[in-house]
Design a protein around this ligand. Structure first.
Ligand code: AKG
Length: 250
């Protein structure tokens, strides 16, 4: 990345809590990535740990909605994340060396793809300082109808909001008092074309709509990077994971 470009992206990231980079991945690379994902879903998903793959309907594999830690199962996704242009961008935005924590996939199947509740990723990460970014790469056309991502501009500067349990599988925590005048005024929707990249800070409030279309999916790839200064509150994280497991069993 050109230093001038990196500096202007960082400025806008610091100000708004996100950046939108149209055409980050060229079309041919998107086609290659989409076919790797298709192969992964066919060959690897059946053997994946249950807590790394989520379906809208557990009994219907066509309703796959989310995958996590894909880099642990397939070296292709590790190479995508580590030592790559995504890593370089994360480093430029956070202003320090970074560690890739996970490679994810987000789909909203037609008709049944639920809204993503308003949340801050940092609530799940439990970091001090909150030096982390999430990248969200559109794998196909995404708009208001199939559930595009929406950011609350500048919300990363206002600290952590109170989160509570949701009924959305894969996004178990949401902001309990979301919908204030400020939230509504500052919310911006990001329709995207394949290859467009969104990057948000771990304190940026975001959500996404449901997929209300009859036949379109809504596929995206996620990459999470933590800055090397970000330290995890390990005990709080363990307590949280235990609580999640108990809730899931329940
Ligand atoms: O794909 C979505 O609906 C939301 C993804 C998200 O919340 C995230 O990447 O942090």
């Amino acid at each position: 990345m050109e230093p001038a470009n990196a500096a202007s992206l960082k400025k806008s990231f610091n100000e708004n809590g996100y950046v939108f980079i149209p055409g980050f991945l060229p079309e041919v690379e998107i086609d290659a990535l989409n076919s790797r994902i298709e192969n992964f879903i066919r060959d690897t998903v059946p053997a994946m740990a249950r807590n790394h793959v989520f379906y809208e309907d557990q009994n219907d594999s066509s309703t796959l909605k989310q995958m996590q830690d894909m880099e642990k199962y397939d070296a292709y996704f590790k190479t995508l994340a580590v030592g790559s242009k995504y890593e370089q961008l994360a480093k430029a935005l956070l202003g320090e060396d970074v560690i890739c924590k996970t490679v994810e996939y987000f789909n909203k199947p037609p008709r049944i793809g639920k809204p993503t509740p308003p949340h801050q990723d940092g609530y799940y990460f439990m970091l001090d300082p909150q030096q982390a970014v999430t990248m969200w790469l559109a794998l196909e056309k995404v708009d208001e109808e199939n559930g595009c991502v929406k950011y609350i501009k500048g919300s990363h500067k206002k600290g952590m909001r109170t989160h509570g349990r949701t009924t959305t599988l894969g996004f178990s925590q949401g902001i309990v008092d979301f919908g204030t005048e400020e939230d509504i005024k500052k919310e911006i929707a990001f329709p995207a074309n394949p290859g467009d990249l969104l990057v948000h800070h771990s304190l940026t409030i975001h959500r996404a709509g449901a997929n209300t279309t009859a036949s379109r999916t809504r596929k995206a790839m996620g990459l999470i990077y933590w800055g090397e200064s970000a330290k995890e509150d390990v005990e709080a994280k363990q307590r949280y994971m235990k609580q999640l497991q108990e809730e899931r069993r329940g």
